[in-house]
Design a protein around this ligand. Structure first.
Ligand code: ADP
Length: 363
């Protein structure tokens, strides 16, 4: 068990700065997820923690120990990769035992740890099998088992589920979360999948171009994204963004975009005034689920009623995605109940939940 401290860490490959001023304390027993699009520096960050990449600048602590120059095998970490990296000629038992054997553990101790881990992962019946006789999910469990037997202070996981099919991925997501609760170890987990990040992380770090955009709990990230990038990356379908201006009119703060003029609630108006946003060009954000078609909501929200045309209606079974024109330069997505039964071409009246609106600086 250990805290991991990344103190103003940089990684440079020649002229490319892959990770820039990464500054974060990962708490003991925390499940921390690094998420972001391909190439944003997630793996490089993880590999620096593992000791597989040299740190260009900054300090890395695992527990109280400065480990910048400590080789990977002495860092007391275990890494799980997306490719599993199992030895094909060894059976499951031998694969799990291998790392301990290398470290000269006694046979009894190895046996105890392998059997314990196999029990936790429910692969006791597979110990004699070779990897080729295992399913993808079973191989993934063995890869986890190999990390567990080491009883490391920190688990590092690099997209461990990306080779599994969708259903198995959901199942293993839950299993890894349960495993974390049981082992109470610090986990740093890399993924490009925002759903994995949201469902597994105690805390999520959203990265872009090697820079941390926001580090916060899933709820905080969802409800209070720090910028347009985070807001657009987390949430599906993605948040709608509309460019426009905030203005003061008869004691109210209004947002006006191309096809949209709405009044902000008094509480929001006050804080927007204080932050100096009034009179400025801004980006107005609203999530698809915060656009409502229920009559009651529309009647009680006269300040935020919009008229739009349904261009495309996608029925997802229990809900429906409406792609709407007439509100902004591009289509706006609304997520409504499938009972709504709107079809393409329909002229609709909807209301925005103005308490859920986000206002961002124009970038
Ligand atoms: P992610 O894991 O988020 O997809 P990476 O950490 O793999 O991103 O890569 C971050 C950036 O560093 C990318 O621009 C990538 O091209 C660059 N990069 C990674 N490894 C190397 C390397 N060995 N040499 C040069 N550039 C690299």
């Amino acid at each position: 068990m250990a805290q991991v401290r990344l103190n103003h860490i940089y990684k440079k490959y020649g002229d490319v700065t892959a990770v820039k001023d990464f500054d974060l304390d990962i708490q003991d027993q925390e499940f921390l997820v690094l998420v972001g699009p391909s190439g944003c520096g997630k793996s490089t960050t993880l590999r620096m923690i593992a000791g597989l990449e040299e740190i260009s600048d900054g300090e890395l602590y695992i527990g109280d120990r400065l480990v910048n120059d400590v080789p990977p095998k002495d860092r007391d970490i275990a890494m799980v990769f997306q490719s599993y990296a199992l030895y094909p000629h060894m059976n499951v038992y031998q694969n799990m035992a291998f790392g301990l054997k290398l470290r000269k553990f006694k046979k009894d101790e190895i046996d105890k740890r392998v059997r314990e881990a196999a029990k936790i992962l429910d692969i006791e019946h597979l110990l004699d099998r070779k990897p080729k006789a295992l399913s993808g999910g079973q191989r993934q469990r063995v890869a986890l088992g190999r990390a567990i037997v080491r009883e490391p202070q920190v688990f590092l996981m690099d997209e461990p589920l990306s080779n599994l099919d969708a259903k198995l991925r959901v199942q293993m997501r839950t299993e890894i979360s349960k495993l974390h609760q049981r082992l109470k170890t610090t986990v740093v987990y890399v993924t490009h999948d925002q759903t994995e990040a949201m469902t597994m992380g105690d805390r999520i770090v959203v990265m872009k171009d090697g820079v941390i955009q926001q580090a916060a709990t899933p709820t905080e990230i969802y409800q209070h994204p720090a910028n347009v990038f985070v807001a657009g990356f987390i949430g599906s379908p993605s948040m709608n963004f509309i460019q426009g201006q905030l203005s003061e009119e008869g004691g109210d703060v209004l947002f006006q975009g191309t096809g949209l003029k709405v009044k902000l609630p008094q509480g929001r108006a006050k804080s927007l005034r204080e932050k100096g946003y009034v009179g400025k060009e801004v980006i107005f954000g609203i999530r698809p689920e915060d656009i409502h078609d229920e009559q009651l909501f529309i009647e009680s929200s006269p300040d935020s009623v919009i008229h739009a045309k349904v261009e495309v209606a996608e029925n997802m079974g229990s809900e429906m995605y409406l792609y709407l024109s007439g509100i902004a330069d591009k289509w706006v997505t609304a997520r409504v109940n499938a009972r709504s039964q709107f079809g393409a071409g329909a002229e609709v009246k909807l209301a925005l939940d103005m308490n859920k609106v986000h206002i961002f600086d124009k970038e």
